[in-house]
Write a protein that binds this ligand. Structure first.
Ligand SMILES: C[S@@+](CC[C@H](N)C(=O)[O-])C[C@H]1O[C@@H](n2cnc3c(N)ncnc32)[C@H](O)[C@@H]1O
Length: 243
């Protein structure tokens, strides 16, 4: 039996997806509110920056992986217009359903599909842009997921990975205090769930650093990889080109 981690806990690989599903089933109804509160709205700026860096154009095909409640999906749908297409996907039905309702409320109608990033049900060389925001951290086999993302991208296509990362040293102490004291309490108060927000803090610490993720993306087939630190490395945007 192969092992992996769920936050700081060591678990059987086969158990991780179930545990992650439990987290997002629990937080889905309050996910957006918690995102705004936890990041003090910063996640919106990080996502806008990702859309800007994507260079996405009207008429293009975009795949949003781990799209959850659909923030990036909606922003990309505006950019590609009626002649393009954004596919909104996630492994978790509760997150997708919340996202689909939000998209429909905003007048955006597009394909929504349950799918596992490690087994993408799309042909090779299909999308101009693939995005995954705050999702890669939760995947059991990040290497397999990255190879899948590479496979479904057209040659010269772009992968955008937006994820929590390693913070700059001067911020580390305050960030740790905030993560392990404030986040779980806020989770308990707003979403009635402190454990899921403790998992969030722990999973961020277990996620590869900026340089490690860059290497992983290169091993996944991306010929060129670059990253942009945001807010002192609290988040980082990795951009991979299939070449
Ligand atoms: C923190 S949410 C991010 C949602 C959205 N992208 C955002 O930025 O607000 C992480 C999402 O990753 C999804 N996820 C976890 N493992 C996955 C997998 N193997 N394949 C696809 N989605 C996955 C979860 O279901 C969850 O909706």
């Amino acid at each position: 039996m192969a092992g992996t981690h769920f936050g700081f806990e060591s678990v059987d690989e086969r158990d991780k997806a179930r545990r992650v599903r439990g987290v997002f089933d629990s937080v889905a109804p309050r996910y957006d509110l918690m995102n705004d509160l936890m990041s003090m709205g910063l996640h919106r700026a990080w996502k806008s920056y990702a859309v800007l860096v994507s260079g996405v154009r009207e008429g293009q095909q975009v795949l949003d992986i781990a799209g959850g409640t659909g923030d990036l999906t909606r922003a990309f749908a505006r950019k590609v217009g009626k002649s393009g297409r954004v596919v909104h996907t996630d492994i978790n039905e509760a997150m997708l359903r919340t996202g689909r309702d939000r998209l429909l409320d905003a007048g955006v109608s597009l394909p929504t599909m349950v799918c596992d990033a490690e087994k993408l049900p799309f042909p090779d060389n299909h999308f101009d842009v693939v995005t995954v925001a705050f999702g890669l951290r939760n995947m059991t086999h990040k290497d397999i997921a990255l190879k899948e993302m590479n496979r479904v991208l057209k040659p010269r296509g772009k992968l955008l990975v937006l994820e929590f990362s390693k913070v700059a040293k001067p911020l580390a102490k305050a960030y740790d205090w905030y993560s392990f004291n404030v986040l779980p309490r806020l989770g308990k108060l707003v979403a009635g769930d402190d454990a899921s927000y403790r998992y969030l803090a722990e999973s961020i610490r277990m996620h590869p650093s900026q340089e490690e993720l860059k290497t992983l993306m290169k091993e996944g087939g991306f010929g060129h990889v670059d990253y942009h630190n945001m807010t002192g490395g609290i988040a980082a945007l990795h951009v991979g080109i299939k070449c």
